[in-house]
Ligand binder design. Structure first.
Ligand code: ADQ
Length: 476
């Protein structure tokens, strides 16, 4: 690539999909997503480059430009995909960082490939970044990149954002190459987390594992300062509100209600099919409420959308079996001909269709055992306009820190979940509207563009050695 960029994003996935046009031509288009929406203006303003994997294995496509963004694909072989992505990223780090709700699997050859692939991403960033450029590395698949990149290009401003939780010291210490991962992250000028507690876990870990000194959220590393901070991610609130108000979406929401038999209460769950999301416990709570006679089939119906995810990883295969068995059990016990108790949809949807479901649903259940943020909770709130609706939300989702007017519950306590759901079902419309309005106001000022701006300003300040505490962060 001839031209070098002053702003570079490094993420496992590129924000693009390859599609086939009606006349059989292969074409790239940007995939819809919060991150790309937030970063698009920054990328186009600075002639920015996005480095990532394009999907598929073997040789990567040549770099190309799309909608004002330089796209720089990084190749992955089938073996690398299995070891770096499915193995080390999704069978080791993902469960470990989510409170080990599934047992993490540790394999030496996965770690070796993780290192090799991280080096490849760092190398690509070193090649495309202009002198003194800002490089923003995303998420748990690429934790070694900051240090590798600093080694190659000490002139760069390097930021890292972790989209998932950062575990407490006791859990992190299980990881076989723990010091290397920590040193990898410490290559950044600023390490961002979803939650204050995660940032605190990180600075304490730096002292515990490497004996590094810290003051507030600032760690001393090799004569440099590395800042840690909380930057809760959000959604494109305006776009979500616009979508929900679209007459086509409103009409589709009515249609969905009718298709479900116009029940009194539609209870909705929308998640990737992931064991952190608490899908099973939510189904069990619904089953027990039917069995207690507190909810009745016909009056209440549950719709569970479970997007296919990481289907080659074993944890995910066994989860699918468990969820589908539970759905079958509920429908077998409580459904009637033509009136199932649970509608289970193992499919992907367009944003329009999802918005219509949010508009149609009286109660949204978001019950993860642990979640970095959970954007579904925020999307539901943004879609409700002035119609109320109830959000049942796990205390263990990052979103719980901000969505305080939701019906909060502890997902480990089945009675607590049932109680929160029943309170949500029974709440007065006026109360629901009041709760929604407070959360909606928050989302209007705290959208994904504000998130990106706040992070990038804090990165600039951290890299220049200025030391303002990033917005909303308290010192330990
Ligand atoms: P995820 O674990 O993927 O993200 P989440 O934040 O809920 O979880 O985002 C899921 C996104 O996928 C939402 O925007 C939702 O609309 C969309 N989606 C879900 N099901 C869909 C379907 N069937 N069809 C189409 N779209 C669907 C990780 C972390 C989270 C963190 C985000 C962002 O695990 O905690 O909030 O990154 O940082």
């Amino acid at each position: 690539m001839a031209e070098r960029s002053s702003f570079v994003v490094v993420a496992n996935r590129l924000p693009v999909d390859e599609i086939t046009t009606p006349d059989g031509e292969r074409q790239w288009r940007t995939s819809p997503g919060g991150l790309v929406t937030a970063l698009h203006p920054v990328l186009t303003e600075h002639g920015g480059t996005w480095i990532g994997w394009a999907g598929g294995t073997g040789e990567a496509p040549e770099p190309f430009d799309l909608e004002g963004i330089h796209i720089h694909p990084v190749p992955l072989s089938a073996d690398e995909l299995e070891r770096y992505y499915e193995g080390q990223s999704n069978a080791t780090i993902w469960p470990l960082y989510h409170d080990a709700v599934e047992t993490p699997v540790y394999k030496r050859r996965w770690r070796e490939t993780y290192r090799l692939v991280n080096q490849r991403f760092a190398q690509a960033a070193a090649e495309v970044a202009a002198d003194g450029a800002t490089v923003w590395v995303q998420d748990y698949q690429l934790q070694l990149v900051p240090a590798m990149l600093r080694e190659l290009r000490p002139d760069l401003k390097i930021g890292f954002f972790l989209h998932i939780p950062f575990p407490p010291i006791e859990l992190f210490m299980q990881m076989p190459f723990r010091a290397e991962v920590l040193r990898g992250l410490l290559g950044s000028d600023l390490v961002g987390f979803q939650q204050r507690l995660a940032a605190q876990n990180f600075v304490r870990l730096a002292r515990h594992l490497l004996g590094l000194r810290y003051e507030g959220q600032s760690i001393q590393v090799d004569g440099r300062k590395v800042k840690a901070g909380a930057f809760p991610i959000s959604i494109d609130t305006k776009e979500m509100e616009r979508l929900a108000a679209d007459p086509k979406v409103q009409a589709r929401a009515k249609e969905i209600r009718a298709e479900l038999g116009d029940p009194k209460t539609i209870i909705l769950g929308v998640d990737r099919l992931d064991y952190t999301k608490g899908i099973e416990l939510r189904l069990k709570a619904f089953r027990e409420l039917l069995s207690d006679g507190k909810l009745k089939v016909g009056d209440a119906v549950m719709v569970q959308v479970a997007t296919p995810s990481r289907e080659r990883v074993e944890h995910y295969q066994s989860l699918r079996v468990k969820v589908e068995r539970e759905v079958g059990r509920i429908n077998g016990e409580f459904g009637r001909v033509g009136v199932p108790a649970v509608h289970y949809l193992h499919q992907s949807y367009s944003k329009q269709e999802l918005a219509a479901m949010y508009v149609a649903a009286d109660v949204m259940m978001v019950t993860p055992l642990r979640d970095g943020m959970n954007l579904v909770a925020k999307e539901y709130v943004a879609c409700r306009g002035d119609t109320g609706g109830a959000l049942v939300l796990s205390e263990f989702a990052g979103a719980a820190t901000e969505m305080r007017q939701s019906f909060l519950c502890n997902p480990h306590d089945p009675d607590g979940v049932k109680d929160a759901l029943m309170r949500a079902v029974a709440a007065e419309p006026a109360e629901l509207k009041r709760r929604m309005r407070v959360m909606q106001r928050h989302l209007r000022t705290h959208d994904v563009a504000q998130w990106a701006r706040t992070f990038l300003d804090a990165l600039e300040a951290a890299a220049e050695g200025r030391d303002p505490e990033p917005d909303g962060v308290q010192s330990t």
